[in-house]
Design a protein around this ligand. Structure first.
Ligand SMILES: NC(=O)C1=CN([C@@H]2O[C@H](COP(=O)(O)OP(=O)(O)OC[C@H]3O[C@@H](n4cnc5c(N)ncnc54)[C@H](OP(=O)(O)O)[C@@H]3O)[C@@H](O)[C@H]2O)C=CC1
Ligand SMILES: CC(=O)C(=O)O
Ligand SMILES: [Mg+2]
Length: 416
């Protein structure tokens, strides 16, 4: 067994299996404490909530609690391995919610027969939580699931692989294109993958200025074009009126490659076909579409990002989901809308252009980080992500009319 594999298994197994636990937040030592916490004291908040349902936010942990819900059908880039195999990833997302945004989070893995059964299961328990983060649910089912849950639930529902990924990709790509001296409106973009992450990334890039007709999206059968008759309605939106059919043909002259497909899916020699100063985002986890060392060996004028934390430029939804939920829950937003997503894009990309605090350099184990080819996007452990992104998201929720509460006074204090 490799050293790293052994370490990873040990990390998860010892000293106690798993990565999260539940702690109590009130005194529960004496007979008086128990009388307050349980019977008879607990009856008082019960009566209050029965009279005014919004009091559930006042007397319980609902407002700070996010459910991470999966069915294990698209676990990272590892595939459909089932609900139980997804549990380490979902516990990991819960860990990140707590570590980076102070949100309590619990993982829920759902076994189901039909899409309707999954939707019913989640809708029926949704009121327990302040928000729902859907994770690693394969396309095309994920689109219907998210749409229907947003319609049925009274709290924000957000499919992280779609929108978290899209927000971070857009932030990183806008910065990378700026460094390469390119305009997103003119950029030719190849998107390998046509699932949850791909469709959402490309839709958000279009909202940021990319041209739909400049996008070549590919699935396992090749380029998605107008003469294909095997496309679902989500892929159809990206059917390009083109004669290109293969990855090699799509890469010819392209400015940007976004990989949200699977491991080692991009042959190194195709990089030579791209335009000058290209941008390569190989975001499949844990193994990217192309390894950075192979890409850099192929040409020296590219900007390279992966989804991993052990290379420069980690384009991963961890830079978004803890903070977008923090902002949304703090103003009790009904939904997470486009205004909030675009505010998160701008807040994330702005941080990368500023001097990096020493604490971040220390955590990243580097001496220096400066906006440029090897630093297009902040590090996940940058504390400014919490204050800046959450604030931008909360303000956008209030301004766009989806917040149930006003901006909290002195929000995030002086942490800006
Ligand atoms: N860095 C990050 O933050 C994130 C990265 N990802 C990564 O993106 C990938 C996809 O995730 P997600 O969208 O949720 O999964 P989905 O199952 O929804 O979609 C996968 C898509 O990838 C396509 N695909 C798979 N292998 C290949 C290949 N060799 N060539 C071309 N297309 C391929 C599939 O094609 P077809 O439709 O023909 O089956 C499908 O369209 C995963 O590797 C995941 O780790 C996802 C979210 C966040
Ligand atoms: C990062 C992530 O959510 C994924 O790869 O699925
Ligand atoms: Mg995921």
């Amino acid at each position: 067994m490799s050293d790293f594999r052994e370490q990873a298994l040990k990390y998860h197994a010892e000293p106690k299996p798993g990565k999260i636990s539940i702690e109590i937040s009130k005194a529960a030592e004496t007979v008086k404490d128990l009388a307050l916490a349980y019977s008879p004291g607990v009856a008082e908040p019960v009566r209050e909530i029965a009279n005014n349902i919004d009091d559930v936010y006042k007397y319980t942990g609902k407002g700070n609690l996010v459910a991470v819900i999966s069915n294990g059908t698209a676990i990272l880039g590892l595939g459909n391995l089932g609900p139980m195999a997804s549990k380490p990833v979902m516990e990991g997302k819960a860990l990140l919610f707590k570590r980076f945004a102070g949100l309590d989070s619990i993982d829920i893995e759902v076994t189901h027969r039909t899409t309707e059964e999954f939707i019913d299961t989640v809708a029926n328990i949704a009121d327990t939580f302040g928000g729902i983060n859907l994770e690693d649910i394969k396309s095309p089912e994920c689109f219907e699931i998210e749409k229907e849950l947003i319609r049925r639930c009274n709290i924000p529902v957000f499919h992280d692989d779609q929108h978290g990924t899209a927000i971070v990709t857009a932030a990183g790509l806008l910065n990378a294109l700026e460094i390469q001296g390119k305009d997103i409106g003119n950029a030719v973009i190849v998107c390998l993958g046509a699932g949850a992450a791909a469709i959402a990334c490309m839709e958000l890039l279009i909202k940021c200025g990319a041209k739909r007709e400049h996008i070549y999206m590919l699935d396992t059968k090749g380029v998605i074009h107008t003469r294909r008759n095997d496309l679902n309605k989500y892929k159809e939106l990206f059917a390009n009126n083109t004669d290109k059919r293969t990855l090699e043909e799509a890469m010819e002259g392209a400015d940007v490659f976004v990989g949200v497909s699977g491991p080692d899916a991009l042959p190194a020699e195709t990089l030579k076909l791209m335009a000058d100063k290209p941008v390569i985002f190989a975001c499949s986890n844990p193994d990217p579409e192309i390894k950075p060392e192979l890409a850099h060996a192929e040409r020296s004028d590219l900007i390279m990002a992966t989804g991993r934390s052990d290379y420069p430029n980690q384009v991963n939804n961890v830079l978004c989901f803890p903070f977008i939920f923090r902002g949304a829950l703090d103003v009790r937003a009904k939904v997470i809308n486009d205004e909030m997503k675009l505010a998160a894009v701008q807040a994330i990309r702005a941080i990368a252009k500023e001097p990096v605090p020493q604490a971040v350099l220390t955590a990243a184990q580097v001496d220096k980080l400066q906006f440029g080819a090897d630093y297009i996007i902040p590090k996940p452990m940058d504390p400014r992500l919490l204050s800046r992104v959450a604030r931008a998201v909360a303000e956008a929720a209030v301004a766009s009319g989806v917040a149930r509460l006003p901006m909290p006074e002195n929000y995030m204090g002086s942490e800006l």
